[in-house]
Design a protein around this ligand. Structure first.
Ligand SMILES: NC(=O)C1=CN([C@@H]2O[C@H](COP(=O)(O)OP(=O)(O)OC[C@H]3O[C@@H](n4cnc5c(N)ncnc54)[C@H](O)[C@@H]3O)[C@@H](O)[C@H]2O)C=CC1
Ligand SMILES: O=C([O-])CC(=O)C(=O)O
Length: 344
């Protein structure tokens, strides 16, 4: 049993990474992680060190990165690793970056919403994105810091002000919602999780997270009733809170987020490298609803977002969910934009 599980895990890992052996012929790519000494930052740095798509890995935080970088750099994979600590080293960390992953900021404690993090994280994201606009304006930004529904609009406004905004290059990371939806759906329907896909649209907070189980592959409608779908939807929406409560004051999801962040960053890198079939859900500037930012399936290419796919056919339950999420999503976007404009 254990041997089989171990074999499956190795297969999954090699499918994800193909490790260094697949890296021949790939163009050199620099990835910077901002907040690299944190709960997400450390395992994410480890996973990006294992990525065959990364040749240079810059690990930045306000402190602690020399240690993380020294540790991760001993792994015998391709990427050259360097640690950067403190604001005066931020420019150097960003220079030449193709992808910048931003998990910098404070996490939730039990009883808090993601929006409760706005007060601290809005300023952190704004300052870091400003530096990106100055030092690597062409990089794809992967924004993990919460509240994502507001931090992505903050990033957009900040870059607009610097005159370097490209809406194809600012991406909010909602991959963990997809990862959770796949896991919960496969478990409930008794499916092989490695063969499951579930689009998740909307935003990244509570009811704004809308999994589209009616479009899940494979379709398990004959195995799941309306109550099951309702329970799966709520569990996906509350996935972050489930972890926050289980950690009981010691933060929020870090390991599953690092996994999801690495999947998404690899997808961005594959797109940059010209892989023609890279489709992921991500929270971006969008016109598919009347909210100026929205998460949906997106094709990633040489310049970031190449195509934004529509929502497809929704079940009546999902259509209700969509209607219900719009006011909160719009409000969070407005709050982010107001903040960025106020702080000019
Ligand atoms: N998008 C998503 O799906 C998810 C987002 N998150 C969010 O990710 C963020 C980070 O979470 P954790 O890693 O658990 O927190 P953490 O507190 O363990 O780590 C955050 C790191 O950011 C660093 N930091 C703070 N200010 C900084 C600055 N100005 N420049 C560079 N680094 C700075 C800290 O020194 C720390 O090392 C939180 O806002 C959390 O809510 C967490 C899970 C999922
Ligand atoms: O719930 C949180 O605060 C962290 C997060 O965004 C998630 O785990 O989805």
């Amino acid at each position: 049993m254990l041997a089989r599980a171990a074999k499956e895990a190795v297969k999954a890992a090699s499918g994800l990474r193909a490790y260094a052996s697949a890296s021949g012929g790939l163009p050199p790519r620099k990835v910077a992680v901002l907040g690299a000494a944190g709960g997400i930052g450390q395992p994410l740095s480890l996973l990006m060190k294992l990525s065959p798509y990364v040749s240079e890995l810059a690990l930045y935080d306000i402190a602690g990165t020399p240690g993380v970088a020294a540790d991760v750099s001993h792994i015998n994979s391709k990427a050259a690793v360097k640690g950067y600590a403190g604001e005066d080293q931020l420019g150097e960390a960003l220079k030449g970056a193709d992808v910048v992953i931003i998990p910098a900021g404070v996490p939730r404690k039990p009883g808090m919403t993601r929006d409760d993090l706005f007060k601290i994280n809005a300023g952190i994201v704004k300052a870091l994105v400003e530096a990106c606009g100055k030092h690597c304006p062409k990089a794809l930004l992967n924004i993990i810091s919460n509240p994502v529904n507001s931090t992505v609009p903050i990033a957009a406004e900040t870059l607009k002000r610097l005159g370097v905004y490209d809406e194809k290059r600012v991406l909010g990371v909602t991959t963990l919602d997809v990862v959770r939806a796949k896991t919960f759906y496969a478990e409930k329907a008794g499916l092989d999780v490695s063969k499951v896909d579930v689009p998740v649209v909307g935003g990244h907070a509570g009811v704004t997270i809308l999994p589209l189980f009616s479009q899940a592959v494979p379709n398990a409608a004959n195995k799941l009733n309306d109550a099951d779908i309702d329970a799966l939807t709520k569990r996906t929406q509350d996935g972050g809170t489930e972890v926050v409560q289980a950690k009981a004051g010691k933060g929020s999801a870090t390991l599953s987020m690092a996994y999801a962040g690495a999947l998404f960053a690899d997808a961005c890198l594959r797109g940059l490298n010209g892989d023609p079939d890279v489709v992921e859900c991500t929270y971006v500037a969008s016109t598919i609803t009347d909210a100026p930012f929205f998460s949906s399936k997106v094709k990633l290419g040489k310049n970031g977002v190449e195509q934004i796919f529509g929502l497809g056919e929704l079940s009546a339950y999902e259509a209700e969910g969509l209607k219900a999420l719009m006011p909160e999503l719009r409000q969070s976007i407005q709050k982010g934009e107001d903040f960025a404009l106020e702080k000019q």
